[in-house]
Structures are given as structure tokens and as C-alpha cells.
Write a protein that binds this ligand. Sequence first.
Ligand SMILES: C[S@@+](CC[C@H](N)C(=O)[O-])C[C@H]1O[C@@H](n2cnc3c(N)ncnc32)[C@H](O)[C@@H]1O
Ligand SMILES: Nc1nc2[nH]cc(C(=O)O)c2c(=O)[nH]1
Ligand code: SF4
Ligand SMILES: [Mg+2]
Length: 235
Amino acid sequence: MTLRIAEIFGPTIQGEGALIGEPTVFIRAGGCDYRCSWCDSMHAVDSAYRHAWTPLSDNAVWDQVRDLSGGRPLTVSISGGNPAIQDFSGVIALGKAEGYRFACETQGSIAKPWFAELDTLVLSPKPPSSGETVDWAAFENCLTAAKGCRNIVLKIVIFDDADYAWAQQVAKNHPDLPLYLQPGNPEVDPNQPVDLQVTTDRLLWLIEKVTGDGWFTPRVLPQLHVLVWGNKRGV
Ligand SMILES: C[S@@+](CC[C@H](N)C(=O)[O-])C[C@H]1O[C@@H](n2cnc3c(N)ncnc32)[C@H](O)[C@@H]1O
Ligand SMILES: Nc1nc2[nH]cc(C(=O)O)c2c(=O)[nH]1
Ligand code: SF4
Ligand SMILES: [Mg+2]
């Protein structure tokens, strides 16, 4: 299988959601079926960056991950773009044979059989502020495809009150999925510093919404990598 890869980097720490803080190597797939207005990874989405996406075989991808991790098994995070456009089953098989674990981040718009091979599937359906509309039938197909994956979680980005209300409805419809909320980052230019006060104010706003409403099921987390590195790429 030949994969279109925007970047492979690490080891770093997983900055978001269920595996926050866990050492990981990222594989960022090139290409996405969405165009979220606030996407922080447009270099893996917009076809203007296509020239920088490298066609790599499963083995070539795996060799890079092994080199970056020094051959010591860790959790590999497959993100993008939408990695579900492509077939990562070969890479996952190569890694599992060497004792590595796999997590994948996807918006839940395309289901793939290889979801069942993952240790963690992060489904991140997009709220109204993204400008995208969720196809809930496709989302359900992702859940079905992932049967066998022990850790399926929801991660929702919240920019405003409408996103927050939407997340509450999603939580109601999926009470069995652990839910992680993260404030949206409005500053996504990799060449501009992030204002940490703005970042923590948005986190505080979200924490106060959740606690004020007595909504005690989600976990509220910052993007740890943004606090540490801002919008720097490759971390
Ligand atoms: C870049 S996306 C790639 C994977 C997949 N396309 C998805 O959206 O889940 C990885 C995660 O970053 C989140 N994200 C993207 N832009 C963001 C922003 N400006 N602020 C906060 N989270 C953001 C997405 O919602 C998603 O949970
Ligand atoms: N450290 C770190 N954590 C992340 N969690 C999700 C990321 C992503 O862009 O998919 C990401 C990323 O790019 N870096
Ligand atoms: S689905 Fe993910 S990668 Fe695609 S545009 Fe939205 S945030 Fe960016
Ligand atoms: Mg990111």
C-alpha cells in the first residue's frame, strides 16, 4: 500500500484527549474530506500543500516510526487530515508485530475495517462553528467498524455556546462513549505566537460552563502541546 503522508514526527506527547501526556509518535496523513474553518492542520488538508505530501509504502512509514522511537514500543498516533481516507492496516500490522500500540484521530465521516485493529479510536465530530455538517449515519458506521477496539472515545472542540449545546446533545445520544471537551484555538498560524492568556481564558470559560451546569460526565482538557509549543509544527 502506498500512503500519502504529510509528516511523521516525535517522540512527543499526545497533547489532547484520552491519552493526553502519553509519549507518542505521530503519523499525519495528507488529505481530508472536511474543511473546518478553524483547522489547525491545514498543511495536511488543503491541496495547495499536496506537493509536500510524500507517497510512502507501509514499510517506509514503519521504518520512520521505528527510527524515531528508537525501536522502543509506544503508542503511535495516526492523525491527519482524515486518515480514514487511506488504508493504514498494513502499517498497524507491522507495528503490532513489534509490540507497538495504535491510536487514531478522525472526524467519523468515513468508516474503515482497520478501526477494529486500533487500541484507541478518537472520534471527533465537528460542531457548528467548524462550518461542517456531521453525517450521523457515517458516524454510526465508524462505531460499527470499530467493534473490537476496546477504547472508543469522543473528543469535541468547543468554540462558543452553540458548540457547547451541540456537544451536550451528542453526549445524550452517545452516553456510553467517554467524552473529552477541548476549547477551540482561534490562533492557528504556525508563524505567530499563541497568546497563553487567551488560551487559558477559553479553557476557564469551558470549565465554568461545565461545572456551572452540573454537567459532570465530560473531561475538560487543554491542548497541552499548544500550551507548551504554541502552533509549532512537528511536536
Ligand atoms: C487536526 S484534526 C485531524 C484528525 C481528524 N481530521 C479530526 O478532525 O478529528 C485532530 C484534532 O484536532 C482538533 N482541532 C483542529 N483544529 C483545532 C483548533 N483550532 N482548536 C482546537 N482543536 C482543533 C480536531 O477537532 C481534532 O480533534
Ligand atoms: N502533541 C500533539 N498532540 C496532538 N494531538 C492531536 C494532534 C493532531 O494534530 O492530530 C496533535 C499534535 O499535532 N501534536
Ligand atoms: S476534519 Fe480534522 S483535519 Fe479535516 S479540516 Fe477538520 S480539523 Fe482539519
Ligand atoms: Mg493538532
